[in-house]
Ligand binder design. Structure first.
Ligand code: MLT
Length: 312
């Protein structure tokens, strides 16, 4: 692996392509980050990064798969908030976010946006809230299942406006967006890494951004908070993991490549165009990611349990 064996010269890690697992469908927002990052990591590590979409149960199928994968330095995992919310949502989880993985580092923060199908009657958040209160039982909210940020954002929205929609789960918000564009579902809360092109093309209705402050990519777009949903403040964070036991020199090399990729012009431009923010250098470390996951488990556990959101 890393200068393995004795005597004869050995090639340095990595010697063959590396798999980067994404827990949601191809074409969706997490996939976009993984493929853009993978392209840069591949150049730096001089081996292709092969993105594999392993979907199911709001990202927990992929996380369990990683927890049980060979720690040989050829399997990595990109996941978001779902890593920290899963323990409160799933009683029979087949992995432990704090003990089943090696941590590599944080990657990007991504705001979310509340969208509706293009022909949905309400034209802005105020109209949407009134419409939602009168027609809640007819409204279909698309998401990517418990553990998905689209689901969490949708739950926070229903809580904020004190109503309940019918939720339609998909294997990722890539297919959920296809359903929204096809007018098969009514609303979707999703990351800007997927939604900005649709907002720009006006192929969806757009009611606001989920962060406390407006975002520089959409300076004219009001936040949900400023339109009356006081205190609404939610954004997505992404980190990279490896199976527990992956050798430390491998993690160090991959982390070095991650730091370099996060500075590369193509990745910076792609993320800026999609409203995502590359995390500060202090956050690009294994320690920072682990501390963050720990803090997020402590933050969301009680909230999700109080909401009775656990699924099994
Ligand atoms: C995706 O990549 O499909 C989304 O991140 C799923 C989600 O809403 O969490």
């Amino acid at each position: 692996l890393f200068a393995m064996g004795t005597g004869a010269a050995h090639a340095e890690y990595p010697e063959h392509p590396i798999t980067l697992v994404v827990p949601f469908a191809a074409g969706g927002p997490t996939d976009v980050v993984a493929r853009s990052l993978g392209a840069e990591l591949g150049k730096i590590l001089k081996q292709p990064i092969v993105v594999e979409n392993k979907t199911g149960a709001g990202g927990t199928v992929a996380a369990a798969h990683i927890a049980n994968s060979k720690p040989d330095g050829y399997t990595f995992f990109l996941h978001h908030n779902g890593m920290a919310t899963a323990p409160a949502l799933y009683k029979n989880l087949k992995f432990d976010p704090l003990n089943s993985f090696e941590y590599v580092g944080e990657v990007v923060d991504v705001p979310m946006t509340l969208l509706a199908r293009a022909d949905f009657p309400p034209n802005n958040l105020q109209e949407f809230i009134e419409y939602a209160k009168q027609n809640a039982d007819t409204i279909n909210l698309a998401n990517a299942g418990p553990g998905a940020v689209s689901q969490l954002c949708g739950s926070l929205l229903q809580q904020a406006i004190d109503t309940k929609f019918t939720t339609i789960p998909f294997q990722g918000t890539g297919p959920a967006m296809t359903a929204l564009l096809g007018k098969q579902v009514d609303i979707l809360c999703d990351q800007t890494t997927q939604t900005i092109p649709h907002i720009d093309a006006k192929t969806v209705k757009f009611y606001g951004v989920t962060t406390k402050d407006r975002i520089s990519k959409l300076p004219d777009a009001p936040t949900l908070d400023e339109q009356g949903l006081k205190g609404f403040d939610f954004k997505v964070w992404h980190g990279i993991y490896a199976p527990k036991g992956t050798p430390e020199p491998v993690i160090t090399k991959f982390n070095g490549a991650l730091k370099e990729a996060l500075k590369s012009e193509p990745f910076k431009k792609k993320m800026a165009d999609l409203g995502a923010e590359i995390v500060s250098e202090e956050r690009q470390t294994p320690e920072s990611l682990k501390n963050w996951v720990d803090a997020e488990i402590k933050k969301w556990g009680p909230i999700l349990q109080a909401e009775g959101m656990n699924v099994n």
